[in-house]
Design a protein around this ligand. Structure first.
Ligand code: DLL
Length: 438
């Protein structure tokens, strides 16, 4: 099974025509049913009815995370509550949660998109899919669940956590696909080693569908070796649907964004101008196949670039490059911009380290101080001061060379950095507590 739906290989001209038709219908619905958008259209020179081509999208207003918060909880819904069958929401750790509503049709569309994603991850109806994303208001668990069921695979709805039990069931039930965050997959690999389980002999995993947080190519190498599987990257966000917005195929050369449901644009986040393919910037998504809530030009804050070149897999939908991070994850350390993923990339290339790290930023005497804490691997663990110092200096040297910043490096004992069973917390920015974070 190479792909699920003919639309995935639709010729570009036809796909663009479908996008335009769906965009027109979406604008008309938003104008009619969502006062927030009606007001926005009134204020803009461009009216929904003026839309002639997909290029005109650039003349339409953006939607920001704050717009969702200002309209909390249901102000952006485009159908009456009677037609909403599911509500998801973000955790709201950094403010009011953002809420999304789905009609019965939306749930079907979403399941189909995720089923496509699982097929791209080598899934078939014969697979046993262990869904270890959290179930609940978070879209990961239920999103993967419905997609895998629609495909006809056997689903293990285990959710996140209870790692020993996850592994026992993985062995006993013969799971062939694991769906969870990459950081949780790493924790599972670690636990497996401790339980004496050999991924090459005792488990049947063939692929991992990993996403919901940024991860690097270097992390992929570690995960594929530790779990003996093929790891692919899945992207999505609760504001526009959930997982299944974009997925890597087996070429692993970018994530195909399902353009029959989401129109991608890359913009310069300072000026809001649309950037040409190949240039990195902020991903903006327009929902064109969703009824309950559709966002127009939603600014995701995720940084990537668009690849419009042909993919050998045959899917015609454009690709977005593996994410560097979010605009709001970017650390500004003494004026230098740094993404946690850049630090991850450096750490993963240095032998003797475990793929577990945390970045702590502080301000001391008005100067930003960056500390990188990283665990040593069990095999290389040493408490000899000289060995530790040498390795710390080497890591600090690599960070200085590649990123041009000075970092204090602290090597940690194996298993001393807190593990998570969902999205890992990689950065602790104490400057925010001081009210001076950038
Ligand atoms: O994380 C949806 C999801 C669930 C995606 C399961 C993939 C798998 P939110 O909790 O709303 O939704 O978080 C969305 O997570 O804007 C990105 O910053 C980040 N993110 C999601 N997938 C990736 C990825 C889900 N593959 C936010 N790479 C997004 C990098 C990702 N960042």
């Amino acid at each position: 099974m190479e792909y699920l739906n003919e639309v995935e290989v639709m010729p570009r001209e036809q796909l663009d025509a479908l996008k335009l038709e769906r965009l027109r219908a979406t604008l008309a619905r938003l104008n009619e049913h969502v006062p927030f958008y009606r007001e926005k259209f009134k204020d803009s020179e461009f009216r929904p009815g003026d839309l002639k081509s997909l290029d005109d999208l650039a003349s339409l207003p953006f939607t920001l995370k704050d717009d969702l918060r200002d309209n909390y909880p249901f102000g952006l819904f485009a159908v009456p509550m009677r037609d909403i069958v599911r509500i998801h929401a973000s955790s709201g750790t950094t403010g009011k949660p953002t809420v999304d509503g789905y009609t019965a049709k939306d749930i079907r569309v979403w399941a189909e998109l995720v089923a496509r994603a699982i097929v791209a991850g080598m899934g078939t109806p014969d697979d046993v899919v262990q869904v270890a994303y959290g179930y609940g208001l978070f879209t990961g668990g239920l999103g993967l669940h419905y997609g895998a069921e629609l495909l006809g695979a056997s689903v293990i709805p285990i959710s996140g956590g209870n790692t020993k039990r996850q592994i026992r069931l993985m062995v006993d039930f013969g799971s062939t696909i694991l769906a969870c965050t990459p950081s949780y997959a790493l924790n599972m690999a670690e636990e497996m080693r401790e339980m004496g389980i050999d991924p090459a002999k005792d488990i049947k995993l063939k692929s991992g569908i990993f996403g919901a947080e940024p991860w690097t190519e270097e992390m992929r190498v570690q995960l594929e070796a530790a779990l003996n599987l093929s790891a692919i990257d899945i992207y999505g966000l609760s504001e526009t649907m959930g997982p299944g917005v974009a997925i890597e195929c087996q070429e692993k050369n970018g994530l195909h964004i399902f353009e029959d449901s989401f129109i991608p644009e890359i913009i310069d986040s300072e000026t809001g101008r649309v950037l040409p393919p190949g240039t990195a910037g902020e991903l903006v998504i327009t929902n064109i196949n969703k009824e309950g809530m559709s966002l127009l030009r939603y600014r995701t804050r995720d940084i990537t670039r668009l690849d419009t070149t042909e993919c050998p897999c045959g899917r015609t939908h454009y690709r977005i490059h593996r994410f560097m991070g979010r605009t709001d994850d970017m650390l500004v350390i003494r004026g230098v911009n740094v993404f946690p993923s850049q630090i991850e990339m450096i750490l993963m290339q240095i032998p003797g380290l475990a793929p577990q790290y945390q970045i702590v930023v502080d301000r001391v005497s008005n100067l930003d101080v960056l500390e990188v804490q990283v665990e040593m691997s069990e095999e290389n663990f040493s408490d000899e001061i000289k060995v530790l110092e040498e390795l710390e200096n080497r890591i600090a040297g690599e960070i200085a060379t590649y990123l041009g910043i000075k970092a204090r490096v602290s090597l940690k004992e194996p298993k001393s950095i807190r593990r998570s069973d969902g999205k890992a917390v990689r950065v602790i920015d104490n400057r925010k507590l001081l009210g001076g974070a950038s």
